[in-house]
Design a protein around this ligand. Structure first.
Ligand code: HEC
Length: 253
């Protein structure tokens, strides 16, 4: 019994500690997104730019295990473009009839490639910190898209004088605890947008966060449309029920 109580107390203290740590990070800027609100929709151009940023910058360290090339049709790409993205990658497949693994070109049903064969290799290449899979990141953090955008575009600063930063750590005002193993991944013009948009750090951070919202909730638009339909249905149904009620009771007055 004592142990259980100690366990519960311990957990409570730990969570208090985590909260205290989280509160060290700065309040998020008030970004607005096209997918906000009940009529919110994704912006296809932003999604495509965001995918380009992910592909050319983030995919060097972060995997995206829940997304297949075929899913990219949602961003407005046609079958040819999707095939072209897929064949650029190499996939280890197998075993073949001799029991050997072999390499082949990617195809639309493959998942987006992971930069490292496993988490240990990923950690070893990143000074001990594993870059997390980004598929669900926008849902795994409070205010995901705004948090990710702020983390990337507004959070990296010189640490205050008395703040100790160890080798392999970076100071970021939006990261809980302020010490993050990821060095600032974006710099103006690290990608060249195909649609001619200026690739400022904030633009790229906004686009990639938009894209990560889609990877985390690809059915967001359908969910919102369904919500609107349900509300309309309920309104109409209420009207009909009210009319029926009046009709039924009309003769009883
Ligand atoms: C050089 C490797 C590298 C690149 C490139 C990189 N990251 Fe990271 N990222 C990391 C590592 C390592 C961590 C783990 C940091 C930690 O736990 O301290 C991380 C963590 C994160 C996190 C999690 C923060 C949290 O709250 O836990 C997000 C979100 C993220 N990266 C987004 C991105 C995006 C978006 C890009 C592309 C613009 C990107 N990263 C590019 C290495 C990288």
């Amino acid at each position: 019994m004592k142990r259980i109580i100690a366990g519960i107390l311990g957990a409570a203290l730990l969570s208090l500690g985590a909260q205290a740590q989280a509160s060290e990070s700065k309040a998020l800027p008030d970004y607005s997104w096209s997918f906000d609100g009940i009529f919110g929709q994704f912006d296809r151009a932003a999604l495509q730019r965001g995918y380009q940023v992910y592909r050319e910058v983030c995919a060097g360290c972060h995997s995206m295990r829940l997304v297949t090339f075929r899913n990219l049709a949602d961003l407005g790409y046609d079958a040819e473009q999707i095939k072209a993205f897929a064949v650029e990658t190499t996939v280890i497949d197998g075993p073949d009839d001799e029991g050997e693994m072999f390499e082949r070109d990617g195809k639309p049903s493959d998942r987006l490639p992971s930069p490292f064969p496993n988490d240990k290799a990923a950690a070893a290449a990143n000074g001990g910190a594993t870059p997390p899979d980004l598929s669900l990141m926008a849902k795994a953090r409070p205010h995901g898209p705004s948090y990710i955008r702020a983390l990337l575009a507004a959070g990296y600063e010189e640490p205050p004088g008395d703040f100790e930063i160890l080798e392999g750590q970076n100071y970021n005002t939006y990261f809980p605890g302020n010490r993050i193993a990821m060095a600032a991944p974006l710099d103006d013009d690290v990608v060249e947008y195909q649609d001619g948009t200026e690739a400022s750090v904030d633009q790229m951070a906004a686009d990639v966060s938009h894209f990560l919202m889609w990877t985390a909730e690809p059915k967001l638009e359908q969910r919102k449309e369904m919500g609107i339909k349900v509300v309309l249905f309920l309104l109409v149904l209420s009207g009909i029920l009210y009319a029926v009620k009046r009709k039924v009771w009309a003769d009883l007055h």
